[in-house]
Design a protein around this ligand. Sequence first.
Ligand code: HEM
Ligand SMILES: N[C@@H](CC(=O)c1ccccc1NC=O)C(=O)O
Length: 442
Amino acid sequence: MKIQVARLVKLFPFHRAPRPYQVSLETGFLPTKTPLDRLSSVKHAPWENIFDQLPSLISASQVRASIIALPVLNCDELATVEEYRRAYAILSLLTNAYIWNGPSPSDYLPPCIVVPLLEVANVLHTKPLVTYAAIVLWNFRIRFHTPSTHNVEALGTFTGSEDESWFVAIMVAIETQGGKCIALLLKIISAKELKDDESLFDYLEKLHQRLQQIQKTLLRLYERCSPDVLYHRIRPYHAGFGGTSNKELPKRVRYVKDFSELGSTPCRQFIGGSGAQSTLLQCFDIILGVQHVGLLSDTAGTITRSLVGKGLPSDSNGDIGFQSRMREYMPGPHKQFLKKLSEYPSVRGYLQTRPANPSSTAAFSRTIASVCASRSAHIQIATRYIIIPARSEERAKVQRNGISNAQEKAGYGQETIMGTGGTSTLPLLRRMRDETSGVGTR
Ligand code: HEM
Ligand SMILES: N[C@@H](CC(=O)c1ccccc1NC=O)C(=O)O
């Protein structure tokens, strides 16, 4: 028996985006219409103009001087969710550019950014700086009609490089392929509810094939995105602020709404943009029943652990886990979608209630193996794009400056290389991979 779409829609009434989860059975977490490439109101033209010039302003170290000259504009003329998303993509990239473009990072943001940014982030229920949604979900265009990887390009970038556009195109391609899995995930839920094991195995097999495709797409990043460009020119602008992602960060940033209140403006801390903020990839863990022990590191590289329960935002100690923390940076409706998904028993949980059966074990194990293989591919990527360039940067510094006794004593070269999401990178990624490989049905 095949599950009908009408039944899925009853379970999750979201086939017509945007209500209520802004998830589509065709495009997944990507919007159903390609993102707006311009705000139509004349009033917001100054934002668009600066955004157009962002790469050249960055190269000339002119970002702050140009932004500070902007008028303080509100969002009154933004009428649709698409316009809010466009405004968010612009203002969040300008935010990270303002903070990081200069001889030293800025510890405040001016009112012309803060006033509208807080408003759009609030409407979209996300954070007021660069997130995965700003860089990927709401920041691409399709050049020609056929939506293949080579046809997708970024709308806004920090560098204007083909490497950065390709970085975005690869993630859009993954979201597109993954988007086609959403119906499959819902069919899996439905098959479990109907105790229709035959269909369940069939859907698991299809999911396995799609995950293999996603893994291949991930590795295509190498084709047009150079590790040097990503590490040295793009990545610094993905960083957050607040002490977890990089030692050179300002510890906090003041979001100044009015310069006359500068002294009393509270300081804010956020992690940077990360693929870990993709809703899609958390869906697979939830549906299958893969659980992670979150690992977050502080600047000193100390690893703190926190348990992430079955989609719960925090463990019994109120300690927030890695995936829960990343959810805070997703668009509000997508967060709600994950919450809803985790209300259903996972495939693993379901199979545990069924009589042991070699075909169910095989179907489940194959799917788990493909999630695990994607995580291994991602570890290769993180090694090539972060770990190797970071180590050669360290070596070059030592060659230039020598190494002092104090540095040697402090274990120079042994530091944890931090991810923009504030993690210890390789330990976290390996652990999440190993936690996946260990999942069985019994
Ligand atoms: C050059 C490309 C990439 C690099 C250097 C990279 C690096 C990282 C790092 C360092 C983390 C740890 C969390 C953090 O501190 O941010 C992470 C996590 C993660 N990244 Fe990436 N990433 C890249 C591309 C991607 C892509 C294309 C995707 C898929 C859309 C992705 C999905 C994830 C996910 C889901 C996590 C959470 C860990 C997990 O579920 O296993 N990343 N990434
Ligand atoms: N965590 C990565 C950055 C990263 O993965 C990322 C940053 C912004 C937008 C998307 C990202 N990742 C891939 O999906 C890093 O530490 O460089």
